[in-house]
Design a protein around this ligand. Sequence first.
Ligand SMILES: [Zn+2]
Ligand SMILES: [Zn+2]
Length: 365
Amino acid sequence: MAMAKVAVLPQIKLPSEKPFELRTVEIPPLVPGAVLGRMVMAGVCGTDVHILHGKVPVRTPAVLGHENVARVEAIGGEEPLYDVTGKLVHIGDLITWLPKSCMQCYNCTILGDQSKCLKRVGYGGWVVPADQHPHLVGGFAEYVWILPGSDLVVLPPDLAPEAVVLGDALRIMVHGLERIGGLEYGDTVVVQGAGAVGLMGAILARDAGAGQVIVIGAPAARLDLAKEYGADAVIDITQVRAPERIQQVLDLTGGRGADVVFECAGVPAAVAEGIEMVRINGKYMIAGHYGDAGTVALNPHVINKKQITITGVWSASNKHFLRGLTLLRKIPLQKLVTHRFPLDQINEALIAAERQETLKAAIVP
Ligand SMILES: [Zn+2]
Ligand SMILES: [Zn+2]
C-alpha cells in the first residue's frame, strides 16, 4: 500500500502554536474519474493565515493548501478524463484544480457568478475533513487525491509552477478588473497593499494599459519588487503618514487623483484613505477584505461629491484563472515566490507568512 506524508491541521490555532502535525497516511485506491497527483508546489496564501486566526472557517481536521500544482501520477478508471477546457488529461501532465461551483444554485445559474456559488467547495480546507475519505484533500502534502468531477486545468508544460501558485492573487484581480469594467488606456492606478494580491494588481494594471502605477505599502523589500515589476512610484507606509500619502497621489496626478484605486491591504482604514485618492468619477475596488477585519468611519460626502463607483470583488470564477494564465505566460513571475519550505517546515512557513517576511511562500514537498 502506497503511503503519503500530509500536514494535518487538527484544530484552529495560531501559527505561533505550530498547529500542523505531519502524518503518514495510506493513499486510498482511485475510483473512476479520480486523480492522484504528486504535489509539485503549494502556495501559502494570506487566507491560510486568516484560517489559523479563525477568520475563515474550514472543516477540521483539515489539510490546507489551495493554490496547488501537481503532476498526474494516476487516473482512476478506463474512461478518458478532460480538464475544464476540454483538454485530455494524461499521466505526467502538470495540473492545477479550481474551487468547484455547483452550477445549480441561484448564484451559479441566475446570477451566472461561479465565485458566489452557495455550495462552493475547494481543496485546502473545505471539500471534506482530513479524517474522511480520501484524506489527501489539500496541497500541503506529498500527494493529493482529487475527487471525480473536479475542475482540473492541464497547465502548459512551459509554465512555471511558481506562476500558478500565485494565480490565486492573479485570478482575483482579473475578476476585479472585470468588475470595474477594465481600465482606460493610460489610466493612473493606485494599489493599496504590497502583498501578493497588491503586486498582482500592479502587474495586471500595467499589462492592461495603465499609464502610471503607484503602489502603497510595506516593507521596503516588497516595494522594491513592485518597482522591479513595473510600478512607477511606491509609497512606504512606514515612512509616510496617511495625509501625506494622499497628497503624494494628488501630486502624481496633476491634483486630480487616480482614475482607479485597488484596495489590496486588508486594513479597514485603507478604504477611508483610498477614496480620498480617487479622482472625480473614478473607481475604487475593494479586494483585500476576504477576512472580516472590522469597520471604519467613512465620509459618504466624499463618495457623493466625487461620484465614485465602489466595487467589491470576491474570489473568482474558472474563467478568471484561465484568462490570468495568459499573463503568467507573458511575464516571469517566479521571483514573487520569495520563500520555499519543505513540507516538514509547514509551521515555520505559516509563521513567516504571518509576519509578512515572505511576499509569497510555497511548500515544495
Ligand atoms: Zn488563497
Ligand atoms: Zn452554485
